[in-house]
Unconditional design. Structure first.
Length: 312
């Protein structure tokens, strides 16, 4: 069977968007409301699209609209194309805006905001650049960086190890030790330092590998280097979710020195773990097209006396 000859120049981006909205909502009415079209106009445009393509995209009935097999295939293929088109247009706007653009930053929840003086200085020097900054748990921070919902992430080095290395660049901002966070009632709370072996008999509060494989691998390597195994008490989505367990003296949480700062200082203590060190990093996609980002990265290199690196 010969494929029908189609003049692609007759297709309109609005009709593709309309088709995808109907496929998503299963309703001509809801799709029309979203795109400010009457139901009759929606029906007319979809009929014309089907005629141009030589395809029946939907089966209509009184209750809803259902994709045909051909429609399901087209939805799957066109969804990514449509997203790429809008992303390309958005990136083109960023390039055109140049240094008057927006920089969206994300940082790890409960993290120390040591980089705020840098951002304040950067914004004073570049008042035409708007900076947005939000706090996320590990898994959301990675997801938003990968999807370009944020331009740069501030996080701990071990959590970024699971990203696709050849897609990112980073700057090591500062090196910090790992600490054992515990209730003041814990037997190790009055120690100035502890070793990994000191923690062997402690119940550990862990971030689940599902939400940070890098964190789990980091802790495993610490204990494996000593030829011992940790005792895992509880798993959670993030370190912040363990605050209640810490306050109840239900275990010890290993985290970076910047994790909690002075929070809960009356009930909890942070004891440095001897011989440990991680980095706080700023990470971004190599494929960035936001011109304002280059100015911020150059500023960070000078401020932290650092250089950017490719992940390897």
């Amino acid at each position: 069977m010969n494929m029908r000859e189609i003049n692609i120049y007759e297709l309109q981006l609005m009709d593709i968007e309309l088709f995808l909205r109907i496929a998503e909502y299963g309703s001509f009415t809801k799709a029309g409301q979203c795109l400010f079209m009457t139901q009759s106009l929606v029906s007319k445009r979809i009929s014309m699209l089907e005629l141009k393509l030589g395809l029946q995209l939907f089966v209509r009935n009184k209750r809803n609209v259902v994709l045909t097999p051909a429609g399901r295939l087209l939805q799957k293929k066109l969804q990514s194309v449509n997203e790429e088109i809008f992303l390309a247009i958005n990136e083109a706007h960023n390039i055109q805006a140049g240094i008057t653009g927006i920089i969206r930053l994300g940082f790890i929840e409960w993290g120390n905001l040591f980089f705020m003086p840098l951002l304040e200085e950067f914004m004073r020097e570049n008042p035409q650049i708007h900076v947005e900054i939000n706090r996320y748990p590990f898994f959301e921070l990675r997801k938003n960086l990968m999807s370009l919902d944020i331009d740069m992430a501030f996080s701990i080095s071990y959590d970024m190890d699971s990203l696709y290395k050849d897609e990112y660049e980073y700057i090591d901002l500062v090196s910090i030790p790992l600490v054992a966070i515990m209730n003041r009632k814990n037997s190790l709370a009055d120690h100035k330092k502890v070793t990994v072996r000191d923690l062997q008999a402690q119940d550990l509060l862990m971030v689940s590998p599902k939400y940070s494989i890098g964190y789990s691998e980091c802790i495993s390597k610490l204990f494996a280097a000593e030829g011992i195994s940790p005792i895992i008490s509880h798993y959670a989505q993030s370190g912040g979710d363990h605050i209640g367990n810490l306050l109840l003296n239900e275990g010890v949480l290993i985290a970076s020195e910047y994790f909690m700062e002075n929070s809960w200082k009356e009930q909890l203590v942070q004891v440095p773990i001897e011989g440990t060190c991680v980095s706080v990093v700023a990470l971004w996609k190599k494929s960035k097209v936001n011109a304002a980002m280059d100015i911020l990265i150059d500023k960070m290199k000078v401020y932290f006396h650092a250089e950017s690196h490719q992940c390897s």
